[in-house]
Design a protein around this ligand. Structure first.
Ligand SMILES: Cc1cc2nc3c(=O)[nH]c(=O)nc-3n(C[C@H](O)[C@H](O)[C@H](O)COP(=O)(O)OP(=O)(O)OC[C@H]3O[C@@H](n4cnc5c(N)ncnc54)[C@H](O)[C@@H]3O)c2cc1C
Length: 386
């Protein structure tokens, strides 16, 4: 980790905001293509380390292996993870040899070591990205002269020629009813999934309502039952299983050809929604949950949402909106609610894009900025890594 007191250069060629898997992948590919970039970029992350959020979320949910197969990894060699795993085949899980969590962690560490990236991450949050124009230029020349002043959480600033935003970026998506609850409840009794850390939780005899039908709900439900809780799993749709988040055809021309050929951006947005088709669980996690349902440790409330929630001294009283299908749960006292309803990206509400949007306004379609085929913002050298 870099020393936070180490002075930063006044100027760098490339600033990367965030040190997650996208940033790591970008840096290894960049160095492979252009060795001279070494020393000409800095990565900023409050943790001062690579992959901190990723490792935290896998540990906090006790996820045994990835959902994505071994080709999805940060090294430019697509076989690098498979080669690394040759001596530990038991760390690849069926079907399709999904990398185990520890294997993936060790592999990323080895990638960081091999590409000599240990000292690239500067421990600070970027709090503002301010576009500046160096010298007087015509609009046509502006892109070449555009620079960014990055303001850091420790008060320092640095000028960068190019910026890549790789900070995950999305904000937790909370259903409307959450905002309507009076705040007189113990704050740890209602959490968004990204705040839940299963490690160290004792849930013996507790009743936990988990809202959402995706894989995160599945992991949390398994973890809660493991700790002795009774789980109610509520989902707007029927919970369904799917091996991957999106069909692998989206990685190549099979579906992407049609996507790029579609001129209407709103239709493209619809195509993204259809490809994702909401949250889904892996077949293995869903079959584990159904087994626990048979053992009466989990109750499914499908095609069902929360209509009203109230904290009553020692527990939640929850009314659901489809008592035609289920007996409403309002008579059960619920100890905790975990909301696993994902996150959403909206460029107009993204704190780091505020000044960029003002200086270089671009079209935003349902929250997504319309960037070019290099994932570059129109009119300046700002990129989005994802
Ligand atoms: C439970 C769960 C399981 C998942 N399983 C898989 C899987 O099996 N396979 C897969 O491919 N994906 C999986 N994902 C998705 C995966 O975690 C994300 O797609 C991936 O982490 C996104 O990478 P990223 O680099 O864009 O962002 P992140 O991993 O979110 O990293 C962003 C980094 O930016 C930092 N940051 C944020 N704001 C700032 C700022 N202002 N200044 C500086 N730094 C900042 C953060 O501290 C963080 O370290 C899973 C996600 C979850 C929640």
């Amino acid at each position: 980790m870099l020393d936070p007191l180490a002075t930063l250069p006044e100027f760098i060629n490339l600033a990367i905001v965030g040190a997650g898997p996208h940033a790591l992948t970008l840096v290894t590919h960049l160095l492979q293509k252009k060795k001279s970039m070494r020393g000409r970029f800095r990565v900023f992350d409050p943790s001062g380390t690579w992959m901190n959020r990723w490792h935290h979320q896998f540990a906090a949910f006790e996820i045994p292996h990835l959902r994505s197969p071994a080709v999805h990894q940060p090294d430019p060699d697509p076989h690098a993870l498979r080669t690394f795993a040759e001596s530990r085949p038991h760390d690849l899980f069926a079907p399709y040899d999904l990398p185990g969590t520890q294997l993936f962690r060790d592999f990323c560490q080895e990638t960081i070591r091999r590409w000599q990236l240990e000292d690239c991450v500067y421990p600070a949050q970027v709090v503002r990205v301010e576009p500046i124009i160096v010298g007087v230029a015509s609009p046509a020349e502006n892109r070449g002269r555009s620079r960014f002043c990055l303001h850091l959480s420790n008060g320092q600033t640095i000028i960068a020629r190019r910026v890549v935003i790789a900070n995950g970026g999305a904000v937790p998506n909370l259903p409307d009813w959450v905002g309507q609850i009076p705040t007189n409840y113990p704050q740890d009794r209602l959490l968004h999934s990204h705040q839940v850390d299963l490690r160290g939780l004792h849930l013996q005899g507790e009743r936990v309502l988990i809202v959402g039908g995706g894989l995160t709900s599945g992991h949390l439900a398994l973890g809660a039952v493991e700790r002795g809780a009774q789980v109610l799993l509520m989902s707007r749709r029927n919970v369904y299983d799917k091996l991957f988040d999106a069909d692998p055809g989206w990685i190549g021309p099979k579906y992407l050809k049609g996507f790029w050929a579609e001129p209407d951006l709103h239709t493209r947005w619809q195509m993204i929604q259809q490809a994702r088709n909401g949250g889904s669980m892996t077949p293995m996690v869903l079959s584990q949950l159904r087994r626990l349902e048979r053992d009466s440790q989990i109750e499914f409330y499908e095609q069902c949402g929360v209509s009203q929630v109230k904290w009553n001294d020692d527990g939640w009283q929850v009314h659901c909106d489809n008592s035609a299908v289920h007996e409403c749960i309002h008579h059960q006292s619920i100890d905790r609610i975990w909301v696993a309803t994902g996150s959403q990206l909206d460029a107009r509400n993204h704190p780091l894009l505020h000044d960029v949007l003002a200086a270089h306004p671009i079209e935003v379609v349902n929250g997504l900025p319309v960037i070019d085929e290099h994932l570059r913002w129109q009119g300046c050298e700002l990129f989005r890594a994802c």
